[in-house]
Write a protein that binds this ligand. Sequence first.
Ligand SMILES: O=c1ccn([C@@H]2O[C@H](COP(=O)(O)OP(=O)(O)O[C@H]3O[C@H](CO)[C@H](O)[C@H](O)[C@H]3O)[C@@H](O)[C@H]2O)c(=O)[nH]1
Length: 197
Amino acid sequence: MRLRMSTGAPRPRPSGCSRTGVGAGAGRAAIALRYFNPVGAHASARLGEDPRGVPENLMPFMAQVATGRRPVLRIFGDDWPTPDGTGIRDYIHVADLARAHVAALDRLGVMTGFEVYNIGTGRGVSVRQMLAAFERAAGRPIPHEIAPRRPGDIAESRADCTLAERVLGWRARHGLEEMVQSLWAWQSANPQGYDGD
Ligand SMILES: O=c1ccn([C@@H]2O[C@H](COP(=O)(O)OP(=O)(O)O[C@H]3O[C@H](CO)[C@H](O)[C@H](O)[C@H]3O)[C@@H](O)[C@H]2O)c(=O)[nH]1
């Protein structure tokens, strides 16, 4: 199954709503930002993602395997209808996501009603492509194995960010290399997360 998301189309799983940021201005205007797959860390390497327990998402899990905190990355299926058989997602650097919020706040000052914007890069990256990029950034191989597909997953998800670009004047600036490099900078400086401080 291939999905190209347009603003207004529902995310394939309701849990996607948990990643939607909502802001309101003067009770008359609201904007929902539909996050795709936020990854990466602050350029200082002092702010990063430190999920509680075992990470469910690809990037924090991959980063923890790279530091040796977890033994192996399980790739959930290599038989998807994608060029390399692994799942494709639209990863967005958290710094770009932050800029999208600033653009949305500016927009709230000049609009009324409710608007929804996709926040991604519009480009799809497979699990294998992400793994290769992260191995380059970390300078080490990341142990991995093929596992069965994860229930509820889809083959591909990508954002159509045309509306955010046209109305908010926002578009992603950071590419894949900056996503993996910033994540690795944070994870290698904080191998046990914040609890390790
Ligand atoms: O250990 C892992 C984790 C993920 N993946 C794969 O990596 C890709 C990205 O997975 P993520 O979990 O990072 O992101 P998803 O977009 O698949 O899922 C996320 O977005 C969903 C909304 O669509 C839900 O919110 C879900 O809980 C949340 O994990 C997928 O192809 C997934 O199968 C692996 O191979 N191994």
